[in-house]
Design a protein around this ligand. Structure first.
Ligand code: MF3
Ligand code: CO
Ligand code: CO
Length: 276
């Protein structure tokens, strides 16, 4: 595999696009309430991206995808199409936002809940977020792509949850989906990570079976085969010499102290001044 390393100029553009994608998730949060339709949430995102951010949605028109963002509720794994469905108390939902600004992409998603949800949904959401954060903490130049799947698998196994296999993270820069493919389960897809690579990590974790089913009517929406719940979180990252930079980090994550924008994952790193 020949994976392009990003130039300083490209990295700067990725930072801008990443921040815009994250900002959409921050903007939409207060609107997530029982009674609003997913189509209304989508309209708010589209208006914000176009008129406030002066950017565009990467999803709208992508292989014919009809909306601005993906909104996947409860047993929907990914690619839920916004429409007339109303959110109701107890729903959990993932909103996945990808924006393009000056030809560069930022791709991120998080889970929301409407009011209170079930204990198993709460555990599923917390586990998926923990798995993403743990994966971010093993990324560094010199680590292997397989370390990501390994890390996520351990956490899902501990909770007796399963990991979706057909949908993966991906390289991203001035294209939406490029090499490498990032598997979220234990695998042998080895690739030495290098500083300057940019890709997403976006585990989808299920309460029951890992098997999924594609909605043949709309051609997009993926649900769990057993209709049990599914959760997902996604960040776009840049591999650095001693860790990674989380290009789509939100202020709430830094404030909670769960991750920071710059992660130093090499414990015994030499002082920064002696490095590139
Ligand atoms: N944002 C999704 C991802 O993480 C892709 C959505 S493609 C769409 O890769 F067409 F469904 F929007
Ligand atoms: Co993605
Ligand atoms: Co995405």
């Amino acid at each position: 595999m020949n994976i392009r390393l990003r130039s300083p100029r490209e990295i700067e553009l990725m930072r801008v696009a990443g921040k815009l994608a994250a900002d959409v998730l921050v903007m939409i949060e207060p609107h997530i309430q029982a009674g609003i339709t997913t189509g209304e949430l989508d309209d708010l995102c589209q208006d914000y991206i176009v008129n406030t951010q002066h950017a565009i949605s990467a999803c709208l028109g992508y292989h014919g995808y009809p909306k601005c963002v993906c909104i996947s509720i409860n047993e929907e794994v990914c690619h839920g199409i916004p429409g007339k469905r109303k959110l109701k108390e107890g729903d959990m939902l993932n909103i996945d936002v990808t924006v393009i600004k000056d030809d560069y992409y930022g791709d991120t998603s998080k889970m929301f809940v409407v009011g209170q949800t079930t204990p198993v949904n709460k555990r599923l959401i917390a586990t998926t977020q923990e798995a993403l954060y743990a994966a971010l903490r093993v990324v560094r130049a010199g680590a292997n792509l397989t370390d990501i799947g390994d890390t996520i698998q351990k956490i899902a196994d501990r909770e007796r949850f399963s990991i979706v296999r057909e949908y993966c993270g991906h390289g991203i820069s001035n294209q939406f989906h490029e090499e490498p493919t990032v598997l979220h389960y234990r695998n042998h897809d080895s690739l030495l990570l290098e500083a300057g690579m940019t890709f997403t990590i976006e585990p989808m974790i299920n309460a029951g079976t890992w098997r999924t089913k594609l909605n043949k009517k709309n051609g997009w929406t993926v649900t769990t085969a057993d209709k049990l719940g599914s959760a997902q979180f996604e960040h776009t990252i840049l591999v650095t010499h001693d860790g990674c930079e989380v290009l789509t980090i939100r202020p709430e994550e830094e404030e909670a102290g769960v991750i920071s924008r710059i992660l130093h994952n090499v414990k015994d790193a030499a002082p920064a001044a002696t490095q590139d």
